[in-house]
Design a protein around this ligand. Structure first.
Ligand code: PLP
Length: 244
């Protein structure tokens, strides 16, 4: 039985995800929870891990480095996966790869080649996803939808990288700058699924395992699950409102 506030909120999030999956005729076991840990201290992150979280996502390299010592045992034993879910600059790769087991934010060939070279040198394989800016909002990073499939095929062919799928952040604003309505948000998630399906159907080398759709956050996870999300990334609903 849940005993801490974080465990209680985690249980509530898990039932939201399961309800959304059932409503969409999907198996709740097919949607994995990634807990987004930005601005949270290591203690809160470990409380989530102790409550059963096996996948976390960090946005900022500096925060990842700061929390790395607290997470190291779990990562080394294989009980915790750590994904980079924020924009990654090439000169920060070494710091990220010291702890991260995956990078969800590959948005260009330059970054992909740098990650590949580093992994080959280290004799390891890194899980990567292509981040797609499905909404076209200028403030969001990620490759444009039209360039996503070609980039994915390039990434999939690189040594040291395993392309596991695609990631996006749902629309916040529509084309007129108004808050995006449900149809707009869902349309973006459907677009990511279409890109994934196109890449899978291409049969290009290294793409056969690119099944993951990392999409949906606290406010829009139901829409994402309805459109096929296999990973939802949730922060606020687990930890409460972020500290500034
Ligand atoms: C913060 C963040 C999340 C989680 O957002 P919440 O609204 O707190 O659930 C998910 N993905 C990314 C990339 C984020 O930066």
């Amino acid at each position: 039985m849940p005993t801490s506030p974080i465990a209680d909120r985690l249980a509530a999030v898990r039932s939201r995800v399961a309800d959304a999956a059932r409503a969409a005729g999907r198996d709740p076991g097919d949607v994995r929870l990634l807990v987004a840990t930005k601005t949270q201290e290591a203690g809160a992150v470990l409380a989530a891990v102790d409550a059963g979280v096996d996948l976390i996502g960090e946005n900022r390299v500096q925060e990842l480095v700061a929390k790395a010592p607290a997470l190291a045992d779990r990562v080394a034993s294989g009980t915790l996966e750590v994904h980079m879910i924020g924009h990654l600059q090439r000169n920060k790769i070494n710091q990220v790869l010291a702890t991260a087991t995956g990078v969800e934010t590959v948005d260009g060939t330059t970054l992909a080649h740098a990650l590949s070279a580093r992994c080959v040198r280290d004799g390891r394989t890194l899980d990567v996803m292509v981040q797609v800016n499905v909404s076209g909002e200028e403030t969001k990073s990620g490759v444009g939808p039209a360039d996503a499939a070609p980039l994915a095929q390039d990434v999939a062919a690189l040594p040291g990288l395993r392309l596991t799928g695609f990631m996006t952040i749902g629309a916040r604003l529509d084309a007129r700058g108004e808050p995006a309505d449900e149809a707009t948000v869902r349309g973006g998630f459907a677009r990511l699924r279409d890109i994934r399906d196109e890449v899978l159907a291409s049969g290009a080398p290294g793409t056969a395992g690119a099944r993951e759709l990392s999409m949906g956050m606290t406010t829009d996870l139901e829409l994402a699950v309805a459109e096929g999300a296999t990973i939802v990334r949730v922060g606020t609903a687990v930890f409460g409102p972020r500290r500034p």
